[in-house]
Design a protein around this ligand. Structure first.
Ligand SMILES: Cc1ncc(COP(=O)(O)O)c(C=O)c1O
Length: 434
């Protein structure tokens, strides 16, 4: 038994089985896009800690910032003793991601916590109870976030869930939809009509506080929301005093080639939620919103002991500055082009197995179906992930059926390593789909 296997053996004794295993790798150290596992084996990282390591592993600026802060103090609780690191970060986020003329930021610890608080803020400010979310959505695993999450695999037997949550079909104009509709305009009009029917026959817009959406669904399989639909949705939300919350937890900080996916859509949300690559590996998230919305909430309604922990704040600020200095968005565009080209080649090679190549910027996935059907092939996707690991590449699946393989590699990845990772993926697909 090697060291990695023995770690998994130890895991069985003290860690609940319910905590899933996405890839059977281990880690003892990492730099850039390379992970050294417990046995000293080099692995290429296409998972990035599930979208956390856009800036890469072992960034000196982040390490130094954490070390220096740790020597000063680690935790104080911002609502007991104020400190600069917190304000440096909130000022940075407000200027990098403005939500209208004046913006405010609440710091959190995770994506789910950002979502919980955004919903709370939306309800408190509008005085309305209802929330609209989408099929395929993933917003986290805390109770409100889990209510909004679509995949029943994460939800079985732990309800009841929060009331007044309504789910619409996510407006992805993909290969199946292209067969059903003449063009994207017709597709978007169909879904907007469904929204209007929802308001007139199901729940009045006067009862809906917010619509929450991922513009590119992360766990849902990198499906991209129709731009025409989203533009119209933005208008409807404004007209009907419904807040538009965009969940940028997985799309944010360069993944799509912009700081925010909403920049691709030329719209601004009322509130947005962040985490993952915001922290450079430390657990921190944010709710960013228009000042008048953020300030309409009564003091004390939002908060938490660790929110904006000093070590997390300095790590986040150092990571954002590093990504800005080295132009993460340009890096993502390059990675995205290379990955997309490879995925298109793979689809040509395996047209009966790969039904879709999709995503935005460097947030790209391939979808596997059982040959010549529309049926999700999660077994093949899982077998490829396992084969990739044997061949030296860490990858992860996504999609509500787990039948997609997604790329969440660091965006500052050397071309040679990226190409090598893609070759391993190709070889592994070849070994599984003969
Ligand atoms: C879009 C989105 N929102 C929220 C979350 C939840 O984030 P966390 O795992 O930090 O709670 C995730 C996690 O994958 C996500 O992708």
């Amino acid at each position: 038994m090697n060291k990695t296997e023995s770690l998994y053996e130890r895991r069985k004794k003290s860690v609940p089985n319910a905590l899933g295993i996405i890839c059977s790798s281990s880690i003892q150290s990492a730099k850039g896009a390379i992970i050294i596992d417990a046995d000293g084996r080099e692995l290429i990282d296409f998972a990035g800690g599930i979208g956390v390591n856009n800036a890469g592993h072992g960034v000196n600026e982040i390490i130094t910032a954490i070390q220096q802060q740790a020597e000063k103090f680690i935790h104080a609780s911002f609502n007991v003793s104020i400190y600069e690191a917190y304000l440096d970060l909130t000022e940075k986020l407000c200027s990098l991601l403005p939500h209208g003329n004046a913006t405010k930021t609440m710091l959190t610890l995770s994506g789910a916590e950002s979502v919980e608080n955004a919903i709370k803020i939306a309800k408190a400010v509008t005085g309305k109870p209802g929330i609209i979310c989408y099929s395929g959505a993933f917003h986290g695993r805390s109770m409100m976030a889990l209510t909004l999450t679509s995949n029943t695999r994460y939800k079985e037997g732990v309800g009841p869930y929060a009331p007044e949550v309504y789910r619409l079909e996510f407006p992805y104009y993909g290969p199946k939809e292209k067969k059903l509709f003449k063009n994207e305009e017709d597709f978007a009009a169909f879904h907007i009509n469904k929204l209007n029917i929802f308001f007139s026959t199901y729940v009045s817009a006067s009862q809906i506080a917010a619509v929450i959406m991922e513009l590119v669904q992360g766990e849902g399989g990198f499906t991209v929301a129709s731009k025409i639909y989203v533009t119209e949705l933005r208008k409807i939300c404004t007209e009907k005093n419904i807040l538009l919350i965009l969940d940028e937890v997985q799309t944010g900080f360069g993944r799509t080639g912009k700081w925010a996916a909403f920049e691709h859509y030329y719209i601004t949300p009322d509130l947005s939620t962040w985490a993952k690559s915001m922290g450079g590996g430390m657990p921190i998230g944010a709710v960013i919103g228009r000042q008048e919305i953020m300030d309409a909430v009564k003091p004390g309604l939002i908060g938490g002991t660790y929110l904006g922990n000093a070590l997390c704040c300095v790590a986040s600020l150092a990571s954002i500055n590093y990504m800005q200095k080295n132009n993460i968005n340009a890096a993502a565009e390059i990675v995205g082009k290379i990955v997309l080209e490879k995925f298109m080649q793979l689809q040509k090679l395996y047209p009966n197995n790969i039904s879709d190549v999709r995503g935005l910027g460097a947030m790209l996935a391939i979808e596997f179906v059982k040959p010549n059907t529309n049926e999700a092939d999660s077994e093949t996707a899982k077998a490829i992930v396992n084969k990739c690991f044997v061949n030296g590449l860490i990858t992860i699946t996504s999609g509500t059926s787990g039948n997609c393989i997604r790329i969440l590699s660091p965006l500052f990845i050397e071309n040679e390593i990226l190409q090598k990772g893609l070759s391993i993926l190709e070889k592994s697909i070849q070994e599984i789909i003969q």
